[in-house]
Ligand binder design. Structure first.
Ligand code: PHE
Length: 340
């Protein structure tokens, strides 16, 4: 019997299970009517009192250990069953996570870039902290020239050569310095101007610059490209007009207007009664700019254009205050349901 007890003790110690049914089987095998331990207790009855003294303690210990094992496994498995059945209840309604929407500026930027990509333009991006050459010098702004006042500049203290770019036209210079024609790029980015913040002006805003340089690029190409863009963006019946303007880096220069979608060209308070909305500056790249970026102006010509993203979005959705774009008020942002 002594051997049998230690054999069973060993068996109890080694017992492990992941299922309640197995624990029950184990209990019946050990302590059931015909179980191993029950049988030992029956044999025990017939022992002499000396034998009983010798084996009683061991036999009781075997029984206690077996019960302990059974109870601990039952408890463990019952608990984990409760837990898993809670997690995997397929009938429970799901907790839906609130999904955000794209910022109107991002929607407009992506839409614009997408349209020019279809015409073969590739995205180019560059630094927001620039030097004078890329923002002004190479773009035909002579030093001390009053044209620099068109854009109020944030200079980095102590070094007037380093500044925050006032327009994405700096990317024209970088692209022409780094690649040979043909060049066809579209450059979205943030720009900075030292202006008082109001409903119509902000010191941080976004522009998208386009540049196309190749042999025989003409003003007609510029006009056709911009007409395509305007119709893709604002609808098939959109009209454009180009008004003469001035930028140091383009010659001739123009300002482009699109026909007002809101009044259909009749005149309303959005277009201030004119029937037209100004959306960008553009022109043929000045030969001086090509030369200062190492491009032969006898061989190549090109055009450039630049537009304000906030302005595009204002026109598209009739946003009347520029500051709304930067305040992160969820009631404003939630109105632009698109996730493009
Ligand atoms: N950089 C000009 C601006 O910020 C826009 C522009 C870009 C004009 C390219 C002509 C050509 O006002």
């Amino acid at each position: 019997m002594k051997n049998k007890i230690s054999e069973l003790l060993d068996h109890v110690e080694k017992f492990t299970s992941e299922k309640l049914e197995q624990v029950e089987e184990f209990r019946i095998g050990m302590l059931g009517k015909k179980g191993e331990i029950t049988r030992l207790f029956e044999q025990f009855k017939a022992f002499t009192s000396e034998q009983k003294r010798e084996l009683g303690k061991d036999l009781n210990e075997l029984k206690t250990k077996t019960l302990e094992k059974i109870n601990s496994f039952r408890e463990l498995l019952e608990k984990s069953q409760e837990k898993t059945s809670g997690i995997f209840d397929m009938t429970m309604p799901a907790n839906s996570e609130p999904v955000g929407t794209r910022h109107p500026i991002s929607i407009m930027k992506n839409k614009t870039v997408e349209i020019f990509k279809r015409l073969g333009y590739v995205i180019a991006e560059g630094p927001e902290i620039e030097d004078d050459r890329h923002v002004f010098g190479a773009l035909n702004f002579p030093p001390e020239h009053p044209a620099r006042d068109m854009q109020d500049t944030f200079f980095i203290e102590k070094n007037p050569d380093i500044l925050l770019r006032t327009h994405t036209s700096s990317m024209q210079v970088r692209a022409m310095e780094q690649t040979k024609p043909p060049i066809r790029i579209i450059c979205p980015g943030r720009v900075f101007r030292n202006e008082a913040i109001s409903a119509r002006a902000h010191c941080i805003f976004h522009q998208i610059e386009g540049l196309y340089i190749d042999e025989n690029v003409s003003f007609a190409d510029l006009k056709q490209t911009l007409l395509y863009f305007a119709r893709e963006m604002f609808g098939k019946d959109t009209q454009i007009r180009l008004r003469p303007s001035y930028f140091p880096f383009t010659e001739p220069s123009a300002e482009m207007d699109v026909s007002c979608k809101i009044c259909g060209g009749k005149g309303c308070n959005i277009c201030k009664g004119t029937g037209w909305l100004e959306i960008m500056g553009c022109g043929m790249v000045d030969p001086n700019v090509l030369e200062s970026c190492g491009i032969d102006s006898e061989k190549y010509t090109g055009f450039a254009f630049g537009m304000g993203v906030e302005r595009l979005a204002m026109l598209k959705w009739q946003v009347r205050d520029l500051r709304l774009y930067f305040e992160n008020d969820i009631r404003f942002l939630q109105q632009f349901g698109s996730v493009i």
